[in-house]
Design a protein around this ligand. Structure first.
Ligand code: ADP
Ligand code: ADP
Length: 233
């Protein structure tokens, strides 16, 4: 059973009387525990598709079933609730708060959930453990490397136990060695049972994912599955 089911998804942007159709009928199933890289030229619709997958936006037409519920026609409030429960986001910009420690940054998404401070810190530590940074929990962002900072951002995305982890160019600000380190972390997270979908422009980065979906001009051009690369091999 798929965790993401997209059927004939279309998305148009309207500017005055002009409509621009950016997604032109995307049908795609992503299964639990998959590690998928989304590629394609600039303007092919990757960000638009990620915004729909992440429940930040709804399609103009078509069906999106996320973890069993139809989110394609949901009102904004309901969509926000699904988003908070089901989705973890990692961005190119790390968006950590500089005055907070790693653990406090990771715990931020839990503040709105009425979780006690003690439990917030426990869950933040557990998430930091998953990205191999339990020993940096009391460090502030300016005391960490770029790779460590991105791992803290990944831990923050995981702290709510989302059913899918979405990452938009997560290695866009990192050098190639650090990028590999971050991709390995995504691999471990996927192996531990999470579903990971990430956008990248770089073939070297996409090579870490088992499945690569390529968009072109609002349609899926190719969808290939192969043995992923491992940095440690
Ligand atoms: P990619 O991420 O592959 O570069 P995008 O999804 O960002 O592609 O954009 C696809 C096309 O849709 C581009 O032509 C872009 O300018 C247009 N577009 C994206 N978002 C909007 C928007 N909010 N309003 C109008 N046009 C948009
Ligand atoms: P990417 O690096 O994925 O190509 P873009 O620079 O295309 O990102 O888009 C960044 C953000 O701006 C996206 O959320 C997209 O929806 C929005 N955007 C892109 N093009 C337009 C546009 N023509 N009008 C309004 N918003 C846009």
């Amino acid at each position: 059973e798929s965790i993401i089911h997209l059927e004939n998804i279309r998305k148009s942007y309207y500017m005055g009387s002009h409509a621009l159709e950016v997604l032109k009928g995307i049908t795609l199933d992503i299964y639990r525990k998959e590690y998928v890289a989304l590629m394609g030229p600039s303007g092919s619709g990757k960000s638009t598709l990620m915004n729909i997958l992440g429940c930040l936006d709804t399609p103009t037409s078509g069906t999106y079933i996320l973890n069993g519920s139809d989110v394609s026609k949901m009102a904004d409030d309901d969509l926000a609730e699904v988003r908070n429960k089901e989705i973890g986001f990692v961005f190119q910009q790390f968006n950590l708060l500089p005055r907070l420690t790693a653990a406090e940054n990771v715990a931020l998404p839990l503040i709105y959930g009425g979780v006690s401070k003690k439990e917030r810190m426990e869950r933040a530590l557990e998430a930091l453990r998953k990205v191999g940074l339990a020993d940096r929990s009391q460090h502030k962002p300016n005391e960490m490397s770029g790779g460590q900072i991105q791992r803290v951002a990944i831990a923050r995305a995981l702290v709510n136990n989302p059913s899918i982890l979405l990452a938009d160019e997560p290695t866009g600000n990192l050098d190639s060695k650090t990028s590999v380190e971050v991709m390995e972390i995504f691999g471990q997270i996927q192996a531990a049972g999470n579903t990971v979908v990430l956008v990248t422009h770089e073939e070297d980065i996409a090579a870490f994912a088992k499945r690569v979906v390529r968009l072109r001009d609002g349609l899926i051009e190719t969808d290939t599955t192969r043995e992923p690369k491992h940095a440690m091999a």
